[in-house]
Design a protein around this ligand. Structure first.
Ligand code: SF4
Length: 74
């Protein structure tokens, strides 16, 4: 599977966010190198803009991502 095109600048993927190591690895496999279109960070970045992605948004924070997207769709 193709990897996420935002990998290079992503604080999550580049370990700039505190992640419990086991979970971090799993998330990277599931999202960054897997189904990245489902990632909360990816969704916000590709709809609202990369500057709207909160620094502490994790790939599985779907509800928060939806709220940010809604707020920026006005
Ligand atoms: S899938 Fe999400 S967390 Fe992973 S590199 Fe892409 S935007 Fe970052």
């Amino acid at each position: 599977m193709e990897a996420c095109k935002l990998l290079a600048g992503c604080p999550f993927f580049n370990d700039k966010m505190p992640i419990e190591s086991g979970m971090g690895k799993l998330y990277k496999q599931n999202y960054c190198e897997g189904d990245f279109s489902k990632c909360a960070r990816f969704k916000v970045a590709t709809t609202a803009g990369r500057e709207k992605v909160p620094i502490d948004l994790y790939p599985n924070m779907f509800d928060l991502a939806e709220n940010i997207i809604k707020e920026n769709k006005k």
